[in-house]
Design a protein around this ligand. Sequence first.
Ligand code: FES
Length: 168
Amino acid sequence: TRDKMPPVEGDILVHAAASQEGDPIKISELSDQLVRAWPMGKDKEGNNLIRKGDPNNVLAIFRFPAGKIIAPTNIEATINGEIVAYSDVCTHAGCSVADDDQTAGQMKCPCHSGQYDPKRGCMVVGGPPPRALAQLPIKQQDDNLVVGGFFLENPYPFTEAEWEARKE
Ligand code: FES
């Protein structure tokens, strides 16, 4: 069903934290602290639908000062080179990656200490993860964030057939 669909172009990004779940993320409130998000689309009747049926859909959003986000980040898939979105699912064993308390603006996985740098395409900078977190293209819509396209690297393990089933 559609709540299990991956982020779809045009989806609005909403807070995943329990205290604010479903509230659209505001650009003006973002910083170098990780904000977790779900994509929110529409069900068949046209009502808002948070795509939290697949835990792999959780996203990590950051905002950095201009010029801080560099290669291999895809800058065109960011907003003004300042706001960037990634899959928040660790490529090692699937835990939800968090802020690194030791290094502002970096990420650390609570399971086996995998580290990622969100200013550099979420490349692996420590620990066991085999590859970077997938970047999700985003666009600005007023003070909100919308999905601009599919992940630049497909982070989903499911098949084409399962994919089609999720569109129902
Ligand atoms: Fe993230 Fe192992 S699951 S480092």
